[in-house]
Design a protein around this ligand. Structure first.
Ligand SMILES: Nc1nc2c(ncn2[C@@H]2O[C@H](COP(=O)(O)OP(=O)(O)OP(=O)(O)O)[C@@H](O)[C@H]2O)c(=O)[nH]1
Length: 295
């Protein structure tokens, strides 16, 4: 014998208040990116605009997410998915949204040696559909190294002063100076470097046909100049030391470079760049933020 199952979501509420977002957070959702399966967490929801309705139908959103496992991740796939959220909540919801959180693993070559290793990039996609208008935002964070230009100038001054005192009143011989440069006295002070993070929020315009994650990451790392490394032999470490020495930057410099790099991307309709330099001079961070939106 089958009995009718009670359906609470279809009842009326005694508190008729519309809700901005109702849904589920942290759903396991395998994605397909560049043909590879990528493990993601999804937050899926809709607005509950029908104030009298007790609840949304969560299972309908959950089941629709299956589309993510089957096709390559793209703006079109996400638009279709959010349309499906709204179709399954006709009369209840006007706005649907989805957030996907995952990590991309990209192989990165060493600076000099023929080695390479894997780097983890935390990524998010936030997408919302309302009145047929799709809002699409990518979020990425990238670790890099920054060397303080002020500290470098101060260290150079100390090196000059040490040179003055070590060579005062003596005729200069190139071989002696060279030996001195290679000694601990020759580098009496060092500038401080810090592991830093660029946090990008990039809005995509309606022309975006694909999520160019690795292109975006490559472009941002090129703009920064000293991305953190994976496999490192001494030759690579030396090349990294040189790269840092030629790439002194305040957090303001890093934010401006990323701003300029993102402006070059056609599919980008707006962005927020936040760079965080986890200072080794201070116990607090140095932070710069830059925003832009296409008119
Ligand atoms: N709306 C809502 N549902 C919840 C909540 N917590 C758990 N659920 C459960 O989500 C399950 C799926 O809900 P529905 O999609 O309405 O399931 P259903 O009625 O079998 O599916 P349809 O016939 O398509 O409406 C139900 O068993 C709910 O109890 C909640 O806070 N709100």
């Amino acid at each position: 014998m089958t009995s009718l199952l009670p359906d609470i979501a279809c009842q009326s509420t005694r508190l008729p208040i519309p809700l901005d977002w109702v849904g589920m957070q942290g759903i396991a959702a395998p994605l397909r990116i560049a043909g590879e399966r990528v493990a993601a967490y999804a937050d899926a929801g809709v607005s509950l605009d029908e104030a009298e309705a007790r609840g949304i139908h969560m299972s309908r959103l959950y089941l629709a997410l299956e589309a993510l496992a089957e096709a390559e991740l793209s703006p079109t796939l996400l638009r279709d998915l959010l349309k499906q959220f709204l179709r399954s909540h006709a009369q209840l919801s006007r706005r649907a949204s989805l957030a996907l959180r995952f990590e991309l693993m990209l192989r990165r070559p060493a600076l000099v040696s023929p080695l390479s290793g894997w780097k983890r990039y935390p990524c998010e996609i936030h997408v919302q559909l309302e009145d047929d208008a799709l809002q699409l935002e990518l979020r990425l964070s990238l670790p890099y190294s920054s060397t303080c230009p002020c500290s470098a100038a101060l260290a150079r001054q100390l090196i000059q002063e040490r040179f003055d005192s070590d060579f005062a009143g003596r005729p200069l011989k190139a071989s002696e100076v060279r030996a001195w440069l290679g000694s601990p006295q020759g580098i009496v002070a060092t500038p401080h470097s810090q592991r830093s993070e660029a946090q990008l929020k990039v809005q995509l315009g309606p022309t975006a046909r694909a999520f160019a994650f690795s292109e975006l990451i490559d472009q941002a790392e090129e703009a920064l100049g000293t991305a953190v490394q994976t496999a490192v032999k001494r030759a690579d470490e030396q090349a990294f030391a040189l790269a840092n020495g030629q790439n002194l930057m305040f957090c303001e410099d890093a934010a401006r470079r990323l701003h300029r790099a993102l402006l070059q991307r056609e599919e980008v309709s707006g962005f927020e760049v936040r760079v965080v330099h986890a200072e080794s001079l201070h116990a607090h961070d140095a932070v710069a933020v830059s925003r832009w939106r296409r008119d």
